[in-house]
Write a protein that binds this ligand. Structure first.
Ligand code: CIZ
Ligand code: SF4
Length: 308
């Protein structure tokens, strides 16, 4: 079979169905190249949710993981948010439940509760503030003079980075990203030997020993900006490998090397062009956050947006 023909066929189908359904396709920075190819927008979870909130489209095809589609549903309840593979979850987000967070809050009744966007809508509903990897430091800086105790969930490594940056002790949870912990200090040291002129940028979900070796610690949206604006021509990238495709497309005159090829998030790779076709044909699987949860979760997101 001619593979290229088959691919073009799928892309044409997606374009036709998108028009028929009045849909927009959003792809997270970690998605497969074939998914990024057919997306109308690429970005991190918050950038994509903001696009979702503004779009005229009636249907949002969210190519990412479950909490991201939920965040889009929280910000635009009138639109139909669908996931091409609803089994794509985030293991880190699944490491804490709303009941866990309630217990933690009972233990520290005076604490303000800050949570990473990588949490379920149910967990967000129990938070005072949401944050992303882009604005986590700014949020904690804004709160540290007002509260004696700050709960920061679920990622212990992002918490460690934020705590060091803000000089503030945080009450943490034992969560982590199984993909980012695959990046080891040895990987960075070895890649630096091969590419001595390259700048090293890593995600704050990485191990503290990896963060300590980096030139810049950035979210994926900030990595995209840094790669565009920095003078360097070569970069070693310490995050999920999917971002490399976008970085190369945005900067054809620069070189990007993954810190390790092992940093693959299997959940991010579940979505394919074929599944996007099925999703648009059947308008499934819909992700809808119940109104009562949505309103409380939205408060935590709105409070974040007021600060950063
Ligand atoms: O918020 C996101 O999209 C995540 C999970 C990663 C990042 O830094 O963009
Ligand atoms: Fe979750 Fe890590 Fe995958 Fe991101 S890369 S979706 S944090 S498991």
């Amino acid at each position: 079979m001619n593979k290229e023909l088959f691919k073009d066929d799928l892309e044409e189908k997606i374009q036709a169905l998108k028009k028929r359904r009045n849909a927009v396709i959003l792809a997270h920075n970690y998605q497969l190249p074939e998914v990024q190819e057919v997306a109308d927008y690429r970005g991190d979870s918050l950038e994509l949710s903001r696009v979702a909130a503004k779009t005229e489209a009636e249907v949002i095809v969210f190519c990412g993981v479950h909490f991201m589609a939920e965040t889009a549903s929280i910000l635009c309840p009138d639109k139909k948010v669908i996931m091409p593979d609803a089994l794509a979850g985030c293991p880190m987000a699944n490491m804490i439940t709303a009941a866990d967070l309630k217990k933690l809050k009972e233990k520290y009744p005076k604490a303000v509760a800050v949570g990473y966007v990588n949490t379920s809508a149910q967990v967000k509903a129990e938070l005072d503030y949401c944050c992303t990897s882009t604005n986590a430091v700014a949020i904690v800086n804004a709160l540290k003079g007002k509260y004696k105790d700050i709960i920061f969930i679920p990622d212990k490594y992002l918490a460690d980075f934020v705590s060091k940056q803000t000089h503030r002790k945080l009450i943490i949870w034992n969560g982590f990203c199984p993909t980012h912990v695959k990046i080891l200090p040895e990987d960075i040291k070895q890649k630096r030997k091969f590419h001595p002129r390259a700048k090293v940028m890593v995600h704050p979900e990485c191990l503290p020993e990896v963060v300590a070796l980096a030139d810049a610690v950035l979210s994926t949206s900030r990595m995209a900006k840094f790669a565009r604006e920095d003078q360097a021509k070569e970069f070693i990238v310490g995050t999920e490998v999917g971002l490399i495709y976008r970085l190369k497309q945005d900067n054809p005159d620069k070189e990007f090397y993954p810190a390790t090829e092992r940093a693959v998030c299997p959940n991010m790779k579940r979505t394919t062009q074929e599944k996007i076709v099925w999703a648009l044909e059947e308008l499934k699987e819909e992700v809808k956050v119940p109104d009562e949860v949505r309103q409380r979760a939205k408060k935590a997101i709105d409070r974040m947006l007021e600060i950063a």
